[in-house]
Design a protein around this ligand. Structure first.
Ligand code: PLP
Length: 361
């Protein structure tokens, strides 16, 4: 209890980010789902181009140049979604976009429904914004119990593919949730959608209650710049802007806007590195299977894996001794699992070698 803090500050438990070690030279860092490959070369040029005397001026508060890139990109990749500039909202990382969305669409009068095993920031935001939430356990096999959401009162947030399981939920199931929540916003957090799933982008024009949130941190190799965005019906975007402009109008600096637009424009580069990551994920899964690991089917740039003969915490500690950092969650149902980000080929081999050295697997 800190007497100078508000009652709220004293009552909440903040999110714990994955470790970011100071010196990663000799480490294989596979704990926070970053991309092993650098951003597209054009992103560096865009950043250099933005470093000039115009930095004395405030940025465009709507990040229009990045929205224009997104409109072009979605018209190529998802023409049926028919998205225009009124459908997008850019933010300082999708964590910020998620925060604004929860504040904008839920509250005492409308609780939020979510899974027990999902991105753990959602409950933190609910506590901060005093939004009641209802937890829906995943099924025994860690798939989403869609029916449990159907009659639930209030809004819904689903991570797809889910984190930390990596399991993808099909579009028909999402439609079922949307159909039964016509008067509530349903948020689909597609942070990992580029690594194997099909985006529900095309549903935006069909469902006014659908908001998709995604990030440039994972598939666009830009975790260091903090860029995320939401898209959905125009009225949802307006709601997000009400919250943003009641908090901080200039969330996206000039450099991030220029880099974000270049990253979206250079999607062909990212398609290539994403394919490599998907291919290497399957190789890593096969190698781990040979060592006895059981891995959930992943559509993400990470895997969630367990070994019948060794405790996950012991494997985590052993990998750490070998300079390989993965993520361990000491939480109910998943305390015997490790989440391992897919690295480049060399990093993935280092995991296998480290396990071999420590356990003779
Ligand atoms: C990484 C992640 C985010 C946050 O992304 P940022 O844009 O880096 O803030 C949001 N949701 C999920 C499920 C994530 O894994």
């Amino acid at each position: 209890m800190n007497e100078l803090w508000s009652a709220l500050t004293n009552s909440i438990t903040p999110y714990v980010p994955g470790e970011q070690p100071k010196n990663i030279d000799n480490l294989v860092k596979l704990n926070t789902n970053e991309n092993p490959y650098p951003p597209a070369p054009a992103v560096f040029d865009a950043i250099k181009g933005a470093v000039n005397s115009s930095l004395r001026l405030y940025p465009d508060c709507n990040a229009t140049c990045m929205i224009e890139s997104l409109v072009r990109f979605y018209n190529i990749k998802h023409p049926n979604a028919k998205l225009d500039d009124s459908n997008f909202f850019i933010g300082n990382g999708s964590d910020e976009v998620l925060a604004f969305a929860l504040r904008a669409f839920y509250g005492q009068e409308r609780p939020l429904n979510m899974n027990d095993i999902t991105y753990s920031f959602y409950t933190v935001y609910c506590d901060l914004f005093q939004i009641p939430y209802v937890i829906h356990p995943l099924k025994e096999d860690f798939t989403i119990d869609v029916d449990s959401f159907v009659n639930a009162k209030g809004g819904v947030i689903v991570t797809n593919p889910n984190a930390p399981t990596g399991i993808y939920l099909d579009i028909e199931s999402i439609k079922k949730i949307l159909d039964n929540h016509k008067k509530d916003v349903v948020i689909i957090d597609e942070a990992y959608i580029d690594f194997g799933g099909t985006s529900c982008a095309d549903l935006v024009c069909e469902y006014d209650n659908l908001l998709i949130i995604t990030t440039l941190s994972k598939s666009r190799s830009l975790a260091g710049l903090r860029i995320g965005y939401a898209y959905g019906n125009k009225s949802l975007i307006e709601g997000l802007n009400v919250i943003k402009n009641s908090f901080n109008s200039y969330t996206m600096d000039r450099i991030a806007q220029a880099a974000g637009a270049a990253a979206i424009d250079n999607w062909e580069y990212y398609d290539i590195i994403t394919d490599k990551i998907i291919e290497d994920r399957e190789i890593l899964c096969e190698n781990l299977a040979k060592m006895g690991f059981i891995t959930l089917p992943s559509s993400a740039n990470f895997i969630f894996t367990t070994h019948p003969d060794y405790h996950a915490k012991d494997i985590y500690d052993a990998l750490r001794r070998q300079g390989v950092i993965v993520r361990y969650f000491n939480k109910p149902r998943i305390s015997e699992y490790l989440r391992i980000t897919i690295g480049d080929k060399e990093q993935n081999i280092r995991i296998v070698e480290a396990l071999n050295k420590e356990f003779g697997l």
